[in-house]
Write a protein that binds this ligand. Structure first.
Ligand code: AHM
Ligand code: MG
Length: 334
């Protein structure tokens, strides 16, 4: 059978779902094409001048890497002229980028973390691009407030992972599908159709070095996992932490597990480290579409009404039984 490329998947999806617009299809194709360019840049590494610090900081006060800035530029340039977007927002920009007047304006908002897992760039460990798409009225000049929609309004979300293989993982609300970059063809080819997260798991992902700062329900949950076959769970668990959310979530999509970045006492006024709009919402959409769950310990992440573009959130996502358990521990602690 011939290979199903991303283009073919999108055209066939559109044929079956007339509400899936040509502009949304174009948008996804453009993001996938930009991800290909980012993948090539990541692959070059030290052969060109793209590693190391950019010497600038983002709105969160984090130092930007050269590749953070390059990936952000690639996504902006690829997406500004096609007529499919009204505006874009990025983890690396203080304010949204509104489509310049010289180009037509479309009915979508694109949000992205251009290069997630930045701390892994210079050590050649998997990194990725995460994106989320929200609808917006076409006939209205957009404002920053138009971005503040709950995750359940997303019409598409996905990530590209730049690892031993480059993959583009996508949901348009019809399951989760993974496409591998065929560098000879220059196409994304469907290799992981209908990705499903197993309900049960033996693997967890959390940065254990923050253990002493956690809240009681998280400590309780992790202590039970660590007690393994001698504890209340009656079986052993394994731990993995890549420190690239894309890589940790991709592993969970492939073989199950739970990913956690909880609130902790280091910065008690922040709900968590990860960003709702650029990381938690798109990953929650993907995880739910693959049969998993995603909460902030209390609420379904996709039901949170955002109050700010760069808002942070605690994250528990992955295999449904584990997410339910740790969310239940939070409820019991109240
Ligand atoms: P980034 O978007 O600046 O790369 O930060 C997000 C990353 C996630 O990919 C990852 O899960 C987390 O930060 C790792 O944090 P830590 O270094 O505290 O373990
Ligand atoms: Mg990130």
């Amino acid at each position: 059978m011939s290979k199903i490329t991303l283009t073919r998947y999108l055209i066939e999806h559109q044929r079956k779902n007339p509400q899936f617009t040509a502009n949304l299809r174009l948008l996804i194709e453009v993001v996938a094409r930009a991800s290909k360019a980012i993948s090539h840049a990541v692959n070059k590494g030290a052969l060109t001048d793209i590693l190391g610090e950019a010497g600038t900081g983002n709105v969160q006060g984090e130092a930007q890497k050269k590749l953070d800035v390059i990936a952000n530029e690639v996504l902006l340039e690829a997406n500004e002229w096609g007529g499919h977007l009204a505006a874009m927002a990025s983890e690396e920009m203080d304010h949204p980028y509104f489509i310049p007047n010289q180009y037509p304006r479309g009915g979508y908002l694109l949000l992205f973390d251009p290069l997630d897992g930045s701390s892994n760039i210079d050590v050649n460990v998997s990194i990725g691009t995460i994106f989320s798409v929200l609808p917006t009225p076409e006939d209205k000049i957009p404002t920053e407030t138009d971005f503040l929609q709950a995750g359940n309004k997303q019409v598409a979300a996905g990530y590209a992972i730049y690892g031993p293989q480059s993959l583009f993982v996508l949901t348009v609300g019809d399951g989760v599908h993974g496409f591998s970059l065929d560098r000879e063809l220059g196409s994304w080819v469907l290799t992981q159709p209908n990705m499903r997260i197993p309900e049960e798991t033996k693997e967890f992902a959390i940065n254990m070095s923050n253990q002493r700062h956690w809240a009681a329900p998280v400590t309780r949950y992790i202590n039970e996992l660590l007690a393994g076959s001698e504890g209340p769970r009656g079986r052993d668990f394994n731990m993995r932490w890549v420190a690239s959310m894309v890589a940790d979530v991709h592993r969970i999509l492939s073989r199950g597990g739970i990913f956690m970045y909880p609130w902790d006492k280091r910065e008690p006024n922040k709900p968590g480290k990860l960003r709702l709009m650029y990381e938690a919402n798109p990953m929650s959409f993907i995880v739910e579409q693959a049969g998993g769950k995603a909460t902030d310990g209390t609420r379904r992440i996709m039901d949170i009404q955002p109050e700010g573009l760069h808002q942070r959130v605690a994250v528990f996502l992955g295999s449904s039984q584990e997410v339910e358990r740790v969310t239940g521990y939070h409820a019991e602690a109240k």
